[in-house]
Design a protein around this ligand. Sequence first.
Ligand code: FAD
Ligand code: MLT
Ligand code: ZN
Length: 471
Amino acid sequence: MQNFINKLSTALEQKYILTQDEDKAPYLTDWRKRFTGKALAVLLPGNTADVANIVKLCAASQVSIVPQGGHTGFCGGATPDNSGKQVILNLKRMNQIREIDSANQTITLEAGCILQAVQEKAAVQGFLFPLSLGAEGSCMIGGNLATNAGGTNVLRYGNARDLCLGLEVVTAKGEIWNGVKGLRKDNTGYDLRDLFVGSEGTLGIITAAVMKLYPLPISQWTTLVACETIASSIALLNLFQKRATSLLTGFEMMTQESLELNEKHFPQMANPLQGKPPFTVLIELSDHESEDHVRQLLETILEEAFESGLISDAVIASNLSQANAFWHMREHITLAQAEEGANLKHDITIPLSSLDCFIKETDALMRTKFPGVRIINFGHLGDGNLHYNIAPPLGTDPKTFNEINEKPIHELVYAQVERCNGSISAEHGVGQLKLDGLRAHKGEVAHELMKTLKRALDPQNILNPHKVVSI
Ligand code: FAD
Ligand code: MLT
Ligand code: ZN
């Protein structure tokens, strides 16, 4: 292996080849601290040619590669295995914005750009880059595309896939595919871009992308409302879809239990709605006309919602800092969960028409079979995407609880998801966490097709092996 490390120095300056334990350590454990691996080296390429050269060397020596961005993923996709024979390829040095094309409304950028930096850069030029998620201060565009990230704006602008027009990818052979085109129409056979988006580093290494931009809205209004049931939250969503149509840019749901957990760890994030409603919904409208136009529209819809009994309370953010506080409250639930200790996450989508039934039935089964568990539910209701999370009963050691109950709890939730024709991963991906779950969920034919693709694009199985599919 020393021989291989020596060869790497022909492709990369020595200072970008990390082999000492203390240098490698920050790259070896995932954000949720569920997976820790070992690595032969951590490699920090500075450009696409570096990536291509590294892949060629790895292919020649049969060394497998774990691509890594901000390492904020929830499924262990960017964490190496325990063999100590894999290399981590972290793209953080590749953080250049190549071009903002105002006429085409696109941004061309390298995979290591931090999401928040991209949003800020676009805003300076008067554009909205709509991908937005709690990890935006550290996750990277390459990771966002590789996981097809979702977040809080999907309802209006779509997920990372919908925002992507073109890609540059280094293949498993070390070739560079230049698909860096900002085209909204291109029917030239198979869509290679769509193959790499969401492939979690198993089919190619994304080095750059062309993404869509949108005009910045003139005005945004944010409100928190109280709903008694999930059914009324969905009816409220439908009301907003009908009345506000494309002005509706956010519709997030938080249960009482999830906000109580928030308040326990972040008392400054208390819910401003009175009386701890069972469901708190955060709604955002964005407008290109005027402040007055959108404010009046919001008030009219809320009035209708009050009159028809869909909501029992509402607070409209009176300024930007209050609106930000509402969003922080929503985004801190993940952090509160992390503070509370190990927990079990399920990132599922259910057709909205079945969501009420799913929650009622699954909650009842969960509470009967696992007495005392805390159900920490929240999510992107506008997309039918529920984060159905289970925390151990108070006073129980989370590690011991999860060791015994993780498998049966996942089985219970996923069986319910199947019954409702949903998906076991809405936005977080598969990684190593859901490798077995995916096999069962996809069905024989789809799973075999996925393996066929993997074998065709990576016959030596050197790109992130045993993530998503095992061949
Ligand atoms: P990493 O974690 O580094 O990698 C993720 C996967 O992509 C791995 O399989 C890795 O091998 C692969 N990969 C990374 N870069 C490349 C590349 N250049 N080429 C090929 N493969 C690559 N996710 C959502 O979808 N919606 C949310 O709302 C959301 N909220 C979050 C909130 C918090 C607080 C945290 C910690 C995470 C959240 N996530 C969310 C999960 C995570 O942030 C996203 O999945 C994000 O897109 C991962 O980006 P990353 O750069 O950290 O990727
Ligand atoms: C979110 O919606 O906040 C993220 O997906 C993170 C999570 O599920 O905890
Ligand atoms: Zn989410």
